[in-house]
Design a protein. Structure first.
Length: 237
């Protein structure tokens, strides 16, 4: 009966569900307290580093799963779409949480960019930033975790940059109208070229408080699962 099916779960005064297993006590609160005590062994920096590493492991394995099911080309293309949209979500959350003012100048944007990199993984890249006038800047990447990982996986020559689309997602969500050169497609490091990109803000560097811009790229076509006969990809992390 409906009444019997609902007896297996009841709500405590605090509003939390408590499993009723023949009168047995719900041990979840006790286990949670013990788990919190164990986690206190981690400093804030160690906890943050561990969370980033877990996210990186998921990122690599998501890519490998898509490549296995749909092929490497599809994984590369969908990775670029996903990271761009993720960039937009990151910028939206950070601006709201930190109550950051609208980006008006290149200097404003570079500060927001550094805040996001500082939160999401400051040790994943080694890079320099050079502001060129009031309306532009240049990004030069010396060490890139994505290039290191795809090189270990043996797919660097096919890989298309997944770092710049994330940054482009930040710019789009912040409402910045800009030009980028070169267009980030094939990994520059894999071509033995310097990984350097020039950004130029339109309207003399004053972006104004614009609404978020549409994403530059969208997935093309629908992908159906298929067996992928290519070489298996080793774990990238």
């Amino acid at each position: 009966m409906a009444g019997d099916s609902n007896e297996g779960r009841r709500m405590t005064a605090g509003g939390r569900g408590e499993a009723a297993t023949g009168g047995a006590r719900n041990v979840q609160p006790l286990v949670r307290r013990k788990a919190r005590h164990i986690l206190r062994q981690l400093s804030p920096g160690e906890r943050e580093s561990l969370i980033i590493k877990c996210w990186m492991s998921h990122d690599a394995r998501w890519f490998m799963a898509v490549a296995t099911a749909f092929g490497l080309d599809a994984a590369i293309r969908l990775n670029r779409v996903a990271v761009c949209e993720e960039g937009r979500a990151e910028a939206r959350r950070l601006v709201r949480r930190l109550q950051l003012p609208p980006v008006q100048t290149v200097a404003d944007y570079l500060l927001v960019q550094e805040v996001m990199i500082g939160l999401l993984g400051p040790d994943l890249l080694d890079y320099t930033l050079t502001q060129s006038g009031e309306d532009g800047f240049e990004l030069r990447i010396q060490r890139c975790f994505a290039f290191d990982n795809v090189s270990r996986a043996g797919i660097a020559q096919q890989y298309e940059c997944g770092i710049l689309p994330r940054l482009m997602g930040w710019l789009d969500e912040l409402g910045v109208d800009y030009e980028l050169s070169p267009e980030p497609v094939k990994c520059l490091k894999a071509q033995d070229r310097e990984c350097a990109y020039a950004f130029r803000f339109k309207a003399g560097g004053d972006t104004g408080a614009r609404e978020p811009r549409p994403a530059r790229r969208q997935p093309a076509g629908r992908l159906e699962p298929k067996a992928h006969a290519g070489p298996s990809l080793p774990a990238m992390l």
